[in-house]
Design a protein around this ligand. Structure first.
Ligand code: SF4
Length: 322
């Protein structure tokens, strides 16, 4: 999957580490040398277990779609993915044995994709066992636990179904969990968080919802290029009117002023685009309200009323005043 970086010269490797630091938003925190040392100093590749509960495998698709060579592929080359249901070659008892041995060794990074059903364990069984049990067992000796995607972080789409999916934090009370919501997870967020952990052996600074501030410390609205139109109350109502083409998508259901994530500056698909620039309103997939409380996703609703009320009260200042 990933091109090996083993044969790079030291100079080129450092160059890659410097590029990775910049791309992952870590250049103000770490030098290229610090990242290179963390990636090279482990006697063996840091192990990672990736579990999938109630998911659509969208976060997995993010993982296997990383550009190679690129900053994320550099990190992937330096870690050992021991267990991942979708991409591992092994299956059945052989695969479970690897997971059990990795748990015994300890010191691994645990990544969990998907929610956990609270209505009945039978909604999500793996190998004949409730996924809930597997998540608890696998978290036991993890050095870091990361919930990826909206479902694992906050319940996401499964929360609004009869399964009553709950976030990872609900089945691992008292455990420190780093939440990386958005639907799917952004690979820069995951790789940057892993690098941060490998360099410092700690979690990055988190907000009150367990999200790293370096990626979730700003709203989508803060840097949206339609922001001026929001300030002028020019809200797009007619997709076919060329005059309205770049207007604010609030009346089409945009949740950007309530959504905390760096999508509008980091963008997606290797920095090519993101929802709003592609003409789709932000659905707030970085927030606990996504998606049931944020419905309707593509029309005005209670969230729009709330945003308009905040705007009227001066709680969403004009761009030039921020
Ligand atoms: Fe952009 Fe949405 Fe804010 Fe409008 S409401 S400026 S489309 S983020």
């Amino acid at each position: 999957m990933v091109k090996s970086f083993e044969r790079l010269s030291r100079r080129d490797f450092l160059k890659f580490c410097g590029g990775a630091a910049a791309a992952l938003g870590l250049s103000e925190l770490f030098t290229a040398e610090m990242i290179a040392e963390a990636l090279e100093s482990a006697a063996k590749k840091p192990p990672l277990i990736w579990l999938e509960g109630q998911d659509c495998a969208g976060c997995t698709i993010s993982l296997i779609s990383v550009e190679n060579p690129g900053p994320a592929s550099l990190i992937l080359d330096k870690i050992s993915i021991r267990y991942h249901e979708t991409i591992m070659a092994a299956s059945g008892h052989m695969a479970e044995k690897v997971r059990e041995e990795t748990i015994k060794e300890g010191g691994y990074v645990l990544v969990v994709e998907g929610a956990i059903p609270s209505a009945d364990d039978r909604f999500c069984m793996v190998g004949g066992r409730p996924f809930r049990e597997i998540a608890i067992e696998t978290a036991k000796n993890a050095a870091a636990i990361i919930g990826v995607g909206a479902c694992s972080a906050f319940g996401g789409i499964p929360r609004g179904t009869p399964t009553k999916g709950v976030p990872l934090s609900k089945v691992l009370p008292g455990k420190a969990i780093i939440n990386l919501p958005t639907c799917p997870v952004h690979m820069d967020h995951l790789m940057g968080t892993i690098v941060y952990f490998l360099v410092t052996h700690k979690a990055p600074r988190l907000d009150k919802l367990g999200r790293p501030l370096m990626y979730f410390g700003m709203s989508v609205h803060d840097n949206c290029r339609r922001r001026g139109h929001f300030d002028e109350e020019e809200f797009l109502t007619d997709w076919n009117d060329p005059k309205q083409r770049d207007w604010c998508l609030l009346e089409k259901g945009c949740k950007g002023p309530e959504a905390y994530a760096d999508c509008s500056i980091r963008r997606w698909n290797n920095g090519i685009n993101f929802c709003i620039d592609a003409g789709a309103p932000c659905q707030g997939c970085s927030e606990p309200g996504f998606y049931d409380e944020y419905s309707p996703l593509y029309a005005m609703g209670p969230v729009t009323d709330r945003i308009l009320a905040k705007k009227a009260a001066g709680l969403i200042p004009r761009k030039e005043n921020t």
